[in-house]
Design a binder for this molecule. Structure first.
Ligand code: PMV
Length: 347
């Protein structure tokens, strides 16, 4: 490998699923297709220094998170490198120093694995592009998403934007279980710069890691039905995104969020990841919608924080509502205003 020393930096966003991925088989093959909004403000910045080394054995790396050496994230990343080595054999020839930081508060309960793994994957692809200048941007994005998926399934949806599908689905041309693809159809203008305000209800460590959560779907009594439903919902969501039917959007997005949590409530062992304030917020969102003509709706990840989704034209009124009436349910009144973005950026 001709490059002795190089360095690459990428900024990659988090994403929020509209139709959720929950359940997989090895190696990170989803049990159903999922679709997400790529975010913007919630992102990871990662710089990787690559220095050629004399031995070619396992991948050697140091990890610095927010300026400090971080040993506890190392096993997950070591496992990731092990998995991808057959696709990136050149990694054996380099010593890597990874510097990473997130735009969102540390331990805010916002999953950083999607943005974090996507950022590493983009840095690796920049090295690969140096080694093989013939690679096209399309090939780079596809392989970055493929690699990111092997680190964290949802990370495959953080390379591009503003709407990404991961998982093979007959209604989505070009979709694959191996990487995410940009939603390939014209999207109704109401979804342009769709807003996502994340209410930080609980910053604690997750009670259930997504690895354990996905595993629980193997013996889950409702799993088969859930995977069928999610694929049906993906087709419905595809139609909604084209037509701009916000009433149908709200219904589907909220139902998906509650179904994800219903899977956790009914697994063995079972988990309640919502907190009392999660429910307070949901009820207030419903009351707000009943009292106004708003299209505000909520979605949830595998945690207590609430993502509030709404059209750009409602931004001013909804943020006022959040500030005045919902922020009291957030830890330290904290929330993050985000909106759909376009994926990885070279920095
Ligand atoms: O990417 P993972 O393995 O951390 O799984 C994340 C799954 C959810 O965030 C709960 C849903 C999704 O589709 O993003």
């Amino acid at each position: 490998f001709s490059i002795e020393k190089t360095s690459h930096s990428w900024q990659t966003p988090s994403n929020i699923a509209l139709v959720k991925y929950w359940g997989k088989t090895d190696p990170q093959i989803p049990k159903n297709a999922s679709i997400s909004f790529t975010l913007n403000a919630c992102h990871t910045n990662t710089k990787i220094d690559f220095v050629k080394k004399s031995t070619t054995d396992e991948v050697q790396f140091e990890l610095f998170f927010e300026g400090k050496k971080k040993e506890d994230f190392k096993p997950k990343i070591a496992k990731f490198f092990e998995r991808i080595l057959i696709y990136c054999p050149y990694l054996q020839a380099y010593q890597l120093t990874i510097h990473s930081d997130n735009s969102f508060p540390h331990s805010s309960g916002i999953a950083s694995s999607a943005s974090g793994m996507a950022a590493i994957a983009m840095c690796l692809m920049s090295l690969e592009k140096e080694l093989n200048p013939n690679l096209t941007e399309e090939q780079i994005h596809k392989k970055a998403s493929f690699l990111a998926r092997l680190g964290s399934g949802s990370a495959s949806r953080s390379i591009e934007g503003p709407i990404v599908v991961w998982g093979e689905h007959p209604a989505i041309e070009g979709s694959s279980n191996l990487y995410g693809v940009r939603f390939p159809y014209a999207v109704h203008p109401v979804f342009e710069e769709y807003q996502d305000t994340i209410l930080l209800v609980d910053k604690g460590e997750k009670q259930v890691s997504s690895t354990v959560g996905h595993d629980l779907m193997h013996q889950h009594p409702f799993a088969t039905q859930r995977f069928v439903q999610a694929n049906e919902n993906l087709e419905k969501m595809s139609q909604i995104l084209k037509s701009g039917d916000l009433t149908a959007f709200i219904h589907l997005v909220e139902s998906e969020a509650l179904t994800l949590h219903a899977m956790m409530l009914t697994s063995s062992p079972y988990f309640i990841l919502m907190k009392p304030n999660t429910l307070e917020i949901i009820n207030r969102v419903w009351a707000y919608r009943a009292a106004t003509a708003s299209s505000l709706c909520f979605t949830l990840d595998a945690g207590a924080n609430v993502h509030l989704l709404y059209p750009k034209e409602e931004a001013e009124t909804v943020v006022k509502f959040i500030k005045e009436e919902l922020s009291v349910y957030c830890q330290k009144n904290q929330y993050i205003c985000d909106y759909t973005g376009h994926g990885a950026k070279k920095i």
